[in-house]
Design a protein around this ligand. Structure first.
Ligand code: HEM
Length: 408
């Protein structure tokens, strides 16, 4: 499929984050923009969008919920005001990520127990066993796809477990996630059909949990209260959709980029094989250097922002990955240094929307990398095949050709 906008013609004035060249060449594009004196790129596509590139600006926007609304965190061809049944601010379609104050605080607070260490830590052994099974399933092949055969499966299993969804539906989840996050520049009809199918699927599960409550996130939400009131059906639905979308593509992308780094950096790989206790710190550096998630905001009123004239309802992309590569904040930002000690990276966001799933994501990344290195102490990128990058706001390898050199 191809974008309705065609290829981007100029990264400063006609950028398109869903153009296949963007995620593939992202670091060069940002560097070129910055050295040419363009810290904020613009495009007329998607009804008008901005891309600020410095840590300072990403920080400022994240904390300014008055001028920058989270109502629609994924850039689309239509603004929420152009979609007749869009859930209005401050709730938005996928709370709490789409919610603004004051509603946001309550919607976020009620999710905290679900992602607390007490709930998350017991998943360690489940994830570990699953990772070993994925590797067992690869048999003794010399060439494997680290994205398709490994990275993409782990977060799907975890989120299906969290929501009480059957793992057999995993392929379907990935189709819907791709449609929601990657196909933003394509003809709207297919995306709308996918959204309806996803809605039917979630609604079917909500109805089942009303009949037969279980020990899962849907049943928890159906029981939860905010300010003494049960949550609306819309709210339950939106949070379930968010968990499915936010919990899968993100972790899969971070894991894929980390494996790609290890495939191409034998010194780092050997150090982690010999000292698995270093993996946690290395993951923080991979999260900094290859942060997968860029979110979006909507400008709430016409304003001057660092010399550019933003208009009400313009999109603003919030590239946490670019903030992580700002030299002013991270010395030698372009160097991936697994010994980096001071590393207050922004991969999980900044401000009120900072990722609730970060403990879970870290656990998945730690276990998945530990098991991969244990089973495949030596592997490299298979350069005969190309790495295929995702499109849009979540960046990670969707095809990751690897050659396994040694296995245990
Ligand atoms: C490496 C993996 C992950 C990364 C890099 C990541 C990144 C982010 C970022 C940047 C935000 C901030 C959004 C904003 O400012 O608009 C966010 C929010 C959020 N994430 Fe994650 N995420 C990851 C994994 C997960 C997982 C596994 C889950 C749950 C299953 C999750 C659930 C959420 C939720 C619910 C929010 C919204 C919080 C709020 O609005 O208060 N994330 N994530």
């Amino acid at each position: 499929m191809t974008s309705v906008y065609g290829p981007a013609t100029n990264w400063a004035t006609d950028f398109d984050h869903a153009d296949p060249e963007y995620n593939k060449n992202i670091h060069k594009i940002w560097d070129d923009l910055k050295t040419s004196g363009c810290p904020i790129a613009h495009t007329d596509r998607y009804g008008g969008a901005w891309l600020p590139l410095t840590y300072e600006m990403v920080h400022e926007i994240s904390y300014d919920t008055t001028h920058f609304s989270s109502r629609s965190p994924v850039v689309g061809q239509l603004k929420p005001s152009e979609i007749p049944d869009a859930v209005p601010a401050p709730v938005g379609g996928v709370p709490p990520i789409s919610s603004d104050p004051p509603f946001h605080a309550g919607a976020r607070h009620l999710l905290l127990p679900i992602f607390a260490p007490k709930k998350i830590d017991p998943l360690n052994s489940v994830i570990r066993e699953f990772c070993h099974k994925l590797i067992d399933d690869m048999g003794d092949k010399e060439f494997v796809d680290g994205a398709v055969e490994y990275a993409q499966n782990i977060p799907v299993m975890v989120v299906a477990h969290l929501l009480g969804f059957p793992l057999e539906d995993a392929d379907q989840f990935r189709v819907w996630i791709r449609s929601a996050l990657e196909d933003v520049g394509e003809a709207r009809e297919q995306r709308e059909t996918d959204q309806l199918a996803l809605a039917d699927y979630i609604n079917k599960h909500i109805d089942q949990r009303i009949e037969n409550p279980g020990d899962d996130l849907i049943s928890y939400l159906l029981n939860a209260e905010m300010e003494g009131e049960k949550l609306s059906r819309e709210h339950v639905f939106g949070t379930v959709a968010l968990a499915l979308i936010a919990g899968i593509d993100t972790t899969w992308s971070a894991l894929g980029s980390s494996l790609l780094h290890l495939a191409n950096n034998s010194v780092d790989r050997r150090r982690l094989v010999e000292n698995p206790s270093m993996i946690a710190q290395a993951i923080e550096e991979f999260l900094r250097a290859y942060a997968p998630v860029t979110m979006a905001r909507l400008v709430t009123e016409d304003m001057d922002f660092h010399g550019v004239q933003m208009k009400k309802e313009d999109w603003v992309l919030l590239p946490f990955p670019a903030a992580n590569r700002d030299e002013k904040e991270f010395p030698n930002a372009a160097t991936v240094d697994i010994d980096r000690e001071i590393n207050r990276h922004t991969a999980f966001g900044l401000g009120i929307h900072r990722c609730i799933g970060s403990n879970l994501a870290r656990l998945e990344l730690n276990v998945a990398i530990e098991v991969f290195l244990e089973r495949f102490p030596d592997f490299e990128q298979d350069t005969k095949e190309e790495v295929k990058w995702s499109l849009g706001q979540v960046r990670g390898p969707r095809k990751l050709p690897l050659r396994i050199v040694t296995r245990t």
